[in-house]
Every structure is written in structure tokens, then in C-alpha cells.
Design a binder for this molecule. Sequence first.
Ligand code: B3K
Ligand code: ZN
Length: 845
Amino acid sequence: TATQYLADWRPYPFAIAETRLDFTLAARTTRVRSAIDFRRIGPGDLVLDGAGLKTLSMTIDGRPVDPTLIRADQEKLIIPADQLPDSFTFEAEVQIDPEANTALEGLYLSGGMFCTQCEAEGFRHITWYPDRPDVMAPFRVEIHSDKPVLLSNGNPVNTAPGHASWHDPWPKPAYLFALVAGDLRAIPDSFTTASGRKVALNVWVRPGDEPRAGYAMESLIRSMKWEEEAYGREYDLDVFNIVAVDDFNMGAMENKGLNIFNSKLVLATAETATDGDYERIEGVIGHEYFHNWTGNRITCRDWFQLCLKEGLTVFRDQQFTSDMRSAAVKRIHDVQTLRARQFREDAGPLSHPPRPDHYQEINNFYTATVYEKGAEVIGMLKRLVGDEGYRKALDLYFDRHDGQACTIEDWIAVFQDATGRDLVQFKRWYTDAGTPRLSLTEEWANGKLVLNFRQHTAPTPGQAEKPARVIPIALGLIGPNGDEVLPTTVLEMTEERQSFAFEGLGARPVVSLLRGFSAPVTVAREMTADEQALLLAHDTDPCARWQAGHDLALDALIDRTRGKAVGEALIRALGGLLDDAEADPAFAALCLSLPGEEEIATTIAASGAVPDPDAIHAARRGLVQDIAEAHEVALTRLFDAMAPQGPYRPDADGSARRSLRLACLGYLGRLDDGNRADTLFADAGNMTERQGALEQLIALDRDADALARFAAEFRDNRLVMDKWFMVQPLRAAPEKAVARARALAARPDFDWKNPNRFRALISGLTANHAGFHAADGSGYDFLADWLMKLDPVNPQTTARMCSAFETISRYDTGRQDKARAALRRIAAMPGLSRNTSEMVTRILA
Ligand code: B3K
Ligand code: ZN
């Protein structure tokens, strides 16, 4: 398969004045007529992309195009430059088959509704077009169909039964095209922008789902208002539509004026959605809306620049969520996600920079590195140039690049020009892969503390040399009595080794390091349990404070896997925390949730040892038991104190109380044999507590009644049944997890072609660390079997799930051999997709 290289990018030799599309929809035989007005702006042939199209006719200014110019093997039509006038209209008529489109790229059917997904390269499945993000055009779209609701991008021009036409005046690349046709109902509302433009808003759902779409609409309105306040950006069309679909490869898509969402990120009621679901809905509605400026008005020149729009838009949605909820909790959650997904990716065979310079299949690069690390890099930039510098740079970005397709170089230039800061070294964060390891040693004498830092980044695939990066290190100092003796100070590390001194200190303080998680690095430093406990009790920075408790727990857990100690310091520290947990329930809940098994394994592997999944599972269980026994009284008191007060509200305060309640339940279940969980499952009026209780019952192996009840109650709700499929393999005892997953997969309602259902079951298992990594290799084989089954149907979803194998080289040779054998089986499958083939090859390399 051909590898694409950033270095090979060349400008497209034509500009498009307008693109006109005319759809006559039919499940098996949709006709697409197109007319594209091209104008030459540079030398070269006319290259159009097209895949799986039945081409009925093609003309240039009315004269037929020779069909033998189609290179089907390359999915291209190449018309030589000498056959082209300087300005011309290319017209085509093609036929496509939405019903056969199980890959869910291009135009497809979901539950009888026509819908599209074009990013990254789906538009070529719809018609011949320059399917690259730097070719932008205004679109006119006609839709003929007997479906009652017919939508596309931009503003409606006219609608009559059986027909609709839309005009999108803002030039856009083809990946932002969208079309929806179906029997849909709207939740209507409106928003008046700061400059007085009235925008009609709709969230479109299937008939009957209207009562579940209100939160999505509220989130949209909050997003629109927030972006005006925080970034001074307004919406730019007369209408904004959101459509929920059941079959979708990812979360949602920012098509201009017509966002298409996975229904799980739209539909929510207290009875069917958890606090986590609500928070994600708000965050993703915001994310897609914010793309209107960072992605749509200013887009990417090529797909290597993906983090230009994704990193920035994630950063903005994180800011939005921290403003809507609790900034401290949001930051800690983001740090947890970054570590669990991005650090893991960066430490293995799939490691790549936020801006990669080559790929085979771009859909494999919608990763934690491009998204989450891309956002962290912007957070560092903001810290280095300050809030005012950031605002100036963003204003300049919108001003200078509106309507353009840009690069990371453009982005960095804007910061340099707006703030005068040299960012040559900083750019390495975009081009170099790998997580730097920051080590700290201290020297203390005569009131002077010297901090000696060293940064080191291990080689990653294709990048052996890792020059030093700019690392903003935010720190404070906490005196032995708990007082802060130095407030947050940002050190800028630019060398491989660098020392910083603090003088005139009375007693030796403890360093509160990497406050606010100021850089995406791992930290290596010696700390005693007492020092960690001091920070957990007194640090003024919530992130560093949480980190101290987390490290204390991690050390205790790792000691236990080695048969050592019992974690007395941790148990004592948690006692202090529980005493005033009511003052900050969210923080207490975060501290009570011990590091997960995957993270313990990662930490053991990073120290050069081989993690044993079964020992890790046992160690964690043992520590939970000891904490439960030591703090039964306090945990019981808090569990009761956090009972609901009044009706369910999906806000920060309510979810903080529920998270603390469930964290306590996780311990108490080890003492009461699950009786509280049983009662809570039966009585709770909201899905957060019900699902929490159910998970606990599964972990305690007394789930039969609850599962049956749950299934009977929610049989007809696909999204809730996805939870049912997910929690069983996830929470089952490791030795039962694979068997359970197998039994679930054999059920008739395991509708595996639906990406949500497939992911629920399969990733439920792969997230059960000791279950998936069963020593007999049964977890690996189960995953491989299902990936091989799904690949011919839906390569994109298959390829994404291959990353469950990305950590195999850290385990013992027995497990490694079994995992590699499973991967080789996938690699050898005839007709394997480019998506999955690239993933498996990289992991096996
Ligand atoms: N831009 C889309 C993701 C498209 C993924 C294509 N495989 C959603 C988002 O990031 O907002
Ligand atoms: Zn995005």
C-alpha cells in the first residue's frame, strides 16, 4: 500500500468558483449529478478522486470525457492539462448504493435515514471531486426524495414535498459536506448572536426521541454564547442543525451548519444517561460547534495538519467544560485521559507526533496524540505567552487566516508575530513523538533549595534522536507545616539539564511539581510517603494535590504486587481526606478512585519490570479491602450523606455527590457483600447510580437478578442496552471475562454491525485489564476473531480497535507470543483493509 508523505504535498492547480450537486435518493440506486466550475491557478493535470462510483456520464463544458482516463486502481480520474481550457465546468452523473455502504463512509443508511460522513476522505464515495481539504468552494445542493426532512449545509433556499435546495455561501472543503434525509422530528429553538443575527436551531431525532434531546439543545445554546464571550466569535449562517444517527463510526462530525452526531452524544434523560454521558454530550456539542471557526472557517491544508483543527478545538472544548462545571475536576479528568490513552500510545509501536509526516490511512490518525496531546501543546503555548498573548494570537489567527486552509507553521507564526516570542524550539512538540521524562533531584543547604532537572525522551518508531524541548514547569513550595512558601512559579526548561535555585527558605519545603499539569511529561523523582501525604493534605494546586495522593496510592499498589507493605501511609492519608470530604466531594471521589490496573501496569513497565496482570488485579483488590476495613465508619457516613437531595440535575454539584457516593460504595461492597449496591440498583431514580450499582454487583458476582431486570426494562433502548453489553465484560472477574464476552456475542441482540454495540462489548473486554490479558491468550483470540469478522464490513471501526494490542510488548513472552500470533492471523487475512493492515503492521513491527 502506498504511504503518503507530508513532503510530497503540492498545491492544487485549480480553484473552484462553485460546486452544484443534485441528489435523487434511493436506497440501492442513488443518482448524483454534479457541476464544478474550475479555474486554473497553477500548472498540472486535473486530478479528481472517486471510489466505488458507477460513472454514467462525464463532460467538460458539455464535451464528453474519455472514461478510460479513470484509474480505478488508484481511485482517480486524471485529465491531462493539455485537454483543459483555463476555466471550465466539469459535470458528472454517477450512481451509488447507500444501502450496501456498511463502512459508513460517504452516503449511507442508518435505520432508514440517509446520512453522510465525509471526513476524512468519504466524499470520493459520493462523486468525482478534488477530495482534499485545501480545495474549498461554496456549494449548492438539490435533494429529491420522498423522505419528509431533507437537509444539507448552509441556508435553506426552498423546500417543497419531495424536494429541497440548500446554499452554503462559505467556501468549504468536501470533507465538510453533509446530507440527511429521513423521517425526523425537531427540537426547535433559536439564538440571537451578539451582533443581532437570529439563528434557527434544531436538534433532529427520530419520532419519539424528542423528550431526550433537550439537554443537547441547552448545550448548543451554552456553546454559542460561551464562544462569543471567550473568543469573540459568532455563528455565521441563518440555521444550525444537529442530527442524531444510530450508526456512526465515531462521536460526531462538524459539517458546516449540519452537525451529525452519534445518537449517544445527543439523547439523554436522568433515567437513561449517566453524569459522564451528560458531561460528554455538553463537551462534544461544544466541540463540534467550535469547529465552525477552528476547522471550518479556517481549515487544514492537508491531513498531516489535522491537529491544527483538532488540538485547538479540544483545547477550546476543555476550556468550555471547565467554565460550565468545575475547572479543577475537569483538569484532573483530562490528565487522567491523557495518561491512559496518549501516554500509552506514545510509549508503544503506534507512537507518532501530533503532526505526523507520513501515513497510509489517515483515519488511523484521529488519535489521542493528535487530539489530546495537540490540546496540551496549546495549553503550554498559552502558559508561555500568557492569557493576553494567547488572546492576541487567536485574534490574529482568525483575522489573518479566515477562509484559508492552513498549516502548523501558520499557527506558530501567528504566535510569534502576536507576541514576539521565538518558537523555533517549541515547534518540536508538533514534530517529535514521545513523552519526555522529567527527572528531578534536589539539593538542600543553608536555606537554599537547588532543583536539578533532566529531560529525556526515548526513541520512537522512525525517530531515534530526541533533542531537548521547551518544558514549562509550574511549581510551588510547601513548607513542612503545610504553608505555601512559594506560590505558583513557571520555570522554562530549554536544555537537557538545567538547575534552578530558591534561596532564603526557613525549613526544607516539599516541591509541588507540575502544577496544573503544566506539560505532558512523566515525572521521575524520589518522594517519601510522608511528603506525598503532606501535599495531599495541603497543596493549594488541585492537580498537584490530587497527583500526590495518586502517586501515594500507585506506590502502595506496586509494593503490593511485589508482596511488600500494606500502604499504611495511604490509608492514614485517606482517613484525613474522608474527614472533610463533604467540603469537596468531587475531589474526595477522585482520590478514592485508586489508579486502575492498566495504569499500574504502565508504571511497572516504565520502571523496566514486567507487569503481571493477575498480581496487579489481586493487589488492587487487596488494597480496596484494607481501605474499606480501615475506614468503614467514615465511608458509611459519606455514602449516606451523599444520598440525593431533590430531583436529579446533571450539574457539577450533583455529579460530585454521586461520584463520591459511588466511590464509597466501591469499598463498602467488599464488606456488605453487595447489599447496598443491590438496594441502590433497585431504588435509584437515575442511571448514574443504577449503572454504578450494577457494575459493583457484577464485580461481586451477584448480578443475575439485576441484569435481567435491567434488560427487561431497557430492551427497546439501544443506547442503554449498549451499557448492559459493556459493563459485563468490563467488571467481570478476570477469569470469567472472556467467557462472558463470548456468551454475549452469541446473543441475537448483539448487533455487531452497529459500531456502538460492537464497541460496547469488545472494548468492555479490552478495558478489563487482567481479563483481556488472560495468560491463555483467549482474550487476544476473541478480539482477533471479531476484528477479522468486522473488517470486511467496517474497516474504520476495526482498525481503531486494534490499538488494544499496542501494549503487548510490555508483558511476559508467553502473552506476547499469543498476542503476536493473533495479530499475524489478522495480518494474513485475504482482502484485509488498508486501515487494519496499517495498524497490525505497525504493532507487529
Ligand atoms: N472531525 C471529526 C472526526 C472525523 C473522524 C474521521 N475518521 C469529529 C471531530 O473531531 O470533531
Ligand atoms: Zn474535532
